[in-house]
Design a binder for this molecule. Structure first.
Ligand code: ADP
Ligand code: MG
Length: 260
């Protein structure tokens, strides 16, 4: 029996490595024989195309939100064994309004996922959150067991981190999701040639200690090339520094998730 864990990868800022992390963590976990469902909740559909699918109207979570489709019917396979997806497409940009219209809107995503959790076929559900503090993100957090915060190694990253940890704390404290916690903080786009990257990592570790993953994702050209081939970097160039970092992250992530 599996115990599906729902992990949201979030940060209200765009361009910090959320989608890259979802796509590569999914691919690397799948290679460890874990079964993974990726839910692409960004209307820009970068996780969808990054996993080799073309965004197609009527295939996203939006159709389940509006009751046009059953959640089980919108789960698709991907070119990668053990990686499944609920893709995104432009319709999903209507999801914020649709959820807001519904009663108990914070619980809408959790309710939708219930049959998937009951079926217990996935080890992990990884949610790629949109880059905003909207209803789609908060209701994803309300449905998650844990949150991985992706953070670029740059100035002001800490301030953004406080915003999201506050949201997590609020969802926890007001009883919407007593289970929710920050599963881990992932430092991305580390540039070993600058002191800045090193300073930011040191600063974040000072404040958040062990919550910060040991694995740091380097800035790596192969990572940025891979999406145009519709592949995670761990498939596109497994020997690259970027791929190796995501493989290491998957091990660390799985070990930590097993303990919490
Ligand atoms: P988000 O989902 O937070 O908006 P993305 O994962 O889409 O961020 O990353 C933003 C851009 O940066 C993308 O073009 C991606 O390919 C690139 N990128 C992400 N991580 C790295 C990295 N470690 N090294 C180089 N480029 C990266
Ligand atoms: Mg993204």
């Amino acid at each position: 029996m599996k115990q599906t864990r729902v992990i949201a990868v979030a940060n209200q800022k765009g361009g910090v490595g959320k989608t890259t992390t979802v796509v590569n963590l999914a691919a690397a976990l799948a290679r460890m024989r874990k079964t993974v469902l990726v839910i692409d909740l960004d209307p820009q559909a970068n996780a969808t195309s990054g996993l080799g699918l073309r965004p197609t109207p009527g295939t996203s979570l939006y159709s389940a939100l509006t009751g046009q489709a059953f959640i089980g019917d919108i789960i698709q396979g991907t070119p990668l064994e053990n990686v499944n997806i609920i893709p995104s497409e432009l319709d999903l940009s209507g999801a914020e309004l649709e959820i807001a219209r519904q009663e108990n809107h914070l619980l809408v995503v959790r309710e939708l996922l219930k049959p998937v959790l009951t079926a217990d076929v996935f080890d992990y559900i990884l949610i790629d959150c949109p880059p905003s503090l909207g209803i789609l993100m908060t209701s994803s957090l309300a449905a998650a067991n844990g949150v991985v915060v992706a953070m670029q190694c740059e100035y002001y990253a800490m301030e953004g981190l406080k915003v999201i940890t506050d949201v997590v704390q609020r969802l926890h404290d007001n009883g919407v999701n007593p289970d929710i916690h920050v599963e881990g903080i992932l430092m991305t786009m580390y540039d070993g040639r600058t002191n800045l990257s090193e300073d930011v990592v040191r600063e974040v570790r000072k404040h958040f200690g062990k919550l910060v993953y040991k694995t740091v994702i380097p800035r790596n050209i192969r990572i940025s090339e891979a999406p145009s081939f519709g592949q995670p970097v761990v498939v596109y160039d497994p020997s690259s520094k970027g791929a190796q970092a995501y493989v290491a992250l998957a091990r660390e992530f799985a070990a930590r998730a097993a303990r919490s």
